[in-house]
Design a protein around this ligand. Structure first.
Ligand code: ATP
Ligand code: MG
Length: 358
């Protein structure tokens, strides 16, 4: 990566440059470089133990990299995060790092006021700001109640707003939606979209692929400490050369006959014939036909055209984004999985450099 060109990119608010973190001989984060631009939502995916929290903790300076540098925007330019610069640079960043632990005898008003003051929010404005953020998450009635009486999800929501109470430009959220019910997850999703609408930058880790597919402008996948993919969902899809179209047909229909027609369409389309019999399947749960192809917009258009002239009573064609992200995620992970497992089933905790084969 070219440092000089990075410094000229005014949009970048956080830049990780060849960052490595080891615990003893174990490499938890292995030479990660990534740039986060102003106003983006970056989704950070990876299996348990991949290095997501460790990466975020290094940005928060709760952990110090063994190698590499972290640069954060402060006063209009990127500056290197060091022991000396950390207080100043991190005033502009908000963090939710893993399960927030709160003092049970304190109230949201007390905890949030404390965080706001710690991060240098103007003292006179703190109380109204705390009331405002608690209102945003619909917990005004709880603002003066003791946290010890809150459910896990309620505490999690307070944890999320503690990351933004001082109104930072960049918000880093480590699994903010874990433990939340579907309604609360939806509220948090709307809340994060609201941050983006205000021009804030969000770096969010999650195991909830649907949430990430709905929110993220770009997605980073970390595996065994290495960043194995970092791009938009569309580009990840293109690179994986795999895309799915779901086709809904007016009922009743003969499934076998419909599969024959669809296979015929796919077989005739130049370049798609080598996809084999997996190209068209019937999803019995959803009662939808699924066509797998290489993801190019040109071929998608040809498929639409052929469907329109097929005689099938097509009700709709859609791209299942959640499944897509799940498929891509698993595909990227398995491509990189080059045998860390011993014959006896033990997983070796040594990480070696591998690259994604496209
Ligand atoms: N303080 C520590 N001492 C030793 N090993 C650690 C420490 N913190 C993290 N690790 C190890 O580093 C690896 C990465 O952990 P990390 O918490 O970053 O994973 P993660 O991607 O956040 O996983 P999860 O999805 O489970 O939260 C794990 O194997 C973990 O055991
Ligand atoms: Mg974690």
């Amino acid at each position: 990566m070219n440092n000089a060109s990075l410094k000229n990119d005014e949009d970048i608010v956080i830049s990780l440059r060849n960052v490595t973190k080891t615990f003893g001989s174990f490499i938890a984060v292995n030479n990660i470089s990534l740039d986060i631009k102003k106003g983006e939502i970056i989704g950070f995916l990876g299996p348990n133990g991949a290095g997501k929290s460790t990466t975020m903790k290094m940005i928060a300076r709760l952990l110090i990299p063994d190698d590499g540098e972290i640069w954060i925007k402060g006063n209009g330019s990127l500056q290197k995060l060091t022991h000396k610069s950390k207080d100043y640079l991190l005033d502009n960043v908000g963090f939710l790092i893993e399960n927030p632990a709160f003092y049970k005898h304190m109230t949201p008003r007390q905890v949030l006021s404390y965080f706001a003051e710690l991060k240098g929010y103007p003292k006179k404005l703190i109380n109204s700001r705390v009331e405002e953020v608690v209102e945003i998450i619909g917990m005004s009635d709880w603002i003066d109640k003791k946290l010890g009486t809150f459910s896990k999800g309620m505490r999690q929501k307070i944890g999320i707003v503690s990351a933004i109470v001082h109104d930072p430009e960049v918000v880093i959220l480590d699994e903010p939606q874990t433990g939340l019910d579907p309604k609360a997850r939806k509220e948090v999703r709307a809340f994060i979209k609201g941050l983006k609408a205000k021009g804030k930058t969000v770096f969010i880790s999650s195991h909830l692929l649907y949430e990430i597919s709905e929110l993220a402008d770009r997605i980073g996948i970390i595996y065994n400490g290495q960043l194995i993919a970092f791009d938009t969902l569309e580009n990840l899809e293109k690179m994986s050369k795999r895309s799915v179209l779901q086709i809904e047909i007016l009922q009743p229909y003969d499934t076998e006959k419909t599969l024959v027609v669809l296979n015929d369409i796919i077989g005739k389309i130049n370049g798609l014939s080598n996809l084999g019999k997996e190209a068209v399947t019937y999803n019995t749960d959803l009662k939808l036909f699924e066509v797998t192809f290489d993801g190019s917009p040109e071929k998608q258009q040809v498929i639409f055209d052929a469907l329109a002239h097929s005689g099938l009573k097509v009700l709709g064609v859609s791209v299942p984004r959640t499944n897509l992200l799940e498929d891509l995620y698993l595909k990227y992970i398995s491509q990189t999985d080059l045998g860390f497992e011993h014959e006896n089933g033990e997983i070796e905790k040594t990480r070696v450099a591998v690259s994604v084969a496209n």
